[in-house]
Design a protein around this ligand. Structure first.
Ligand SMILES: [Zn+2]
Ligand SMILES: [Zn+2]
Length: 428
């Protein structure tokens, strides 16, 4: 049947200011219309009573690990993890092996994604050659090969001249830049956690928040000079959020995201040196966690990403100081947002969909995604907001088991996703 109707769901679509019970009519892979009480024959009917129906969720910051570290994750397993978590679109960061600083890697990832992935995957390419910050990549070629944005995620581009030059090219080509903002000299190479009272108490080397805040201030000023669309990823301090909003007040196209780990975990949890809690940026004080929640609610922070970073157990299960940074997040992101933000009354569903679908689409220039407006791609997430479940890392579709959320009880989970008119079996 070419026509599908998702009936009686609570449709939440901030692009049209909608939050009401409606039927979604899908035809030929596109949204055809949103109406009340449709009765049409020759349609496949899906009952969504009691469910939230949203434009497909988008995660702009994911580490696919393929090519090069297929032992940690593959394009296929990562896409299955995304689907299980309710995401219809994810963006792969370029720090693969080899890195995505050339057309071959971008084309490889995109063609493999078309063949093996169950969700939409877009590739982010390196700003600089080898991601080493010294020499600009062939940005026009990367765009031609299908890259959607630029980033040297993992590190910043410390050379301001190179960064300016890259921003100017990106601006000319209409590509957004996703910045991992971090001053390498202020951060140092030895840090294991946030610098402050707890790092002194635990005897671990710390990284000051200013390592990120100073870099964000610099990157925004260089963006002003070059006129680029700049997105600062994984912020976790109030100052960082305010620097971005001050940039916007000056008329710049600057946006930012944070991750679920930064509104659910604070550094007092590090008391028992659990390597699963080590990440970059590091988890901060409780006061910053509370500030991040406020800044998600008041519109200062634009998006939520997972920074899904699968690692092998042998790389993670080491002494705190020596283990790899990062956690997997695709399969817990939505549940954490629903449990700790929506059900706690900090944000409503409209805001959630802005943060996890509409704004990511806008920031990255995906005009036909992040919306259920007629004519848009039929990418849809159907959420059971009341579903209670316990995070079980052994049931993850991701190869990564490095999560600090194992055993957490969450409320709310994706029940179905549709990609361009086709339902995907979540198998959860
Ligand atoms: Zn990063
Ligand atoms: Zn990352």
């Amino acid at each position: 049947m070419s026509k599908i109707i998702i009936k009686n769901g609570r449709v939440v679509d901030p692009s049209q200011g909608l939050d009401e019970v409606l039927d979604v009519i899908i035809e030929k892979n596109k949204i055809k219309a949103l109406k009340k009480n449709v009765s049409e024959e020759e349609s496949e009917i899906i009952d969504a009573k009691g469910k939230i129906v949203t434009p497909g969720l988008i995660d702009m910051h994911v580490h696919l690990r393929e090519p090069g570290r297929e032992d940690k994750e593959t394009i296929k397993t990562c896409s299955e993890a995304a689907a299980a978590g309710g995401f219809t679109t994810i963006f792969g960061m370029p720090n693969t092996s080899p890195v995505a600083d050339n057309q071959t890697v971008i084309e490889y990832v995109n063609s493999k994604a078309r063949k093996e992935a169950v969700v939409n995957i877009y590739s982010v390419a390196n700003i600089t050659k080898k991601g080493q910050g010294q020499e600009m990549s062939e940005i026009a070629d990367l765009k031609k090969a299908g890259a959607i944005a630029l980033s040297d995620d993992g590190v910043d581009v410390p050379n301001s001249g190179v960064l300016r030059h890259a921003f100017e090219y990106a601006s000319e080509l209409g590509m957004p830049v996703f910045s991992h903002s971090e001053d390498p000299d202020l951060a140092g190479t030895e840090w294991a956690m946030n610098e402050g009272y707890m790092s002194t108490k635990l005897g671990l080397p710390g990284k000051p928040k200013e390592a990120e805040e100073v870099a964000i201030a610099r990157n925004i000023e260089i963006a002003r000079l070059a006129g680029v669309k700049l997105h600062i990823t994984h912020i976790n301090t109030e100052t960082s959020a305010l620097l971005v909003s001050q940039g916007r007040e000056k008329g710049l196209e600057v946006t930012c995201d944070t991750c679920p780990q930064f509104f659910t975990l604070d550094e007092t949890l590090l008391e028992n040196y659990d390597p699963k809690l080590k990440m970059n940026p590091p988890i901060r004080e409780k006061a910053e966690l509370e500030a991040i929640k406020r800044r998600l609610a008041d519109g200062t922070i634009d998006a939520i990403t997972s920074d899904h970073a699968p690692h092998l157990l042998v790389e993670k299960d080491l002494e705190f100081e020596n283990c790899e940074n990062g956690i997997v997040g695709l399969e817990t992101s939505l549940g954490l947002v629903l449990t700790f933000l929506v059900h706690k009354g900090i944000i409503d569903y409209q805001r959630m969909v802005q943060l996890m679908s509409h704004n990511p689409a806008q920031i990255s220039g995906l005009q036909n995604k992040g919306t259920l407006a007629p004519g848009a791609d039929a990418d849809i997430t159907v959420i059971d907001p009341e579903k209670e479940w316990t995070v079980n890392k052994n049931a993850f579709k991701s190869k990564g088991r490095n999560t600090p959320f194992h055993g957490w009880k969450l409320k709310g989970r994706a029940e179905k996703i549709m990609i361009e008119g086709h339902f995907i079996n979540l198998n959860i």
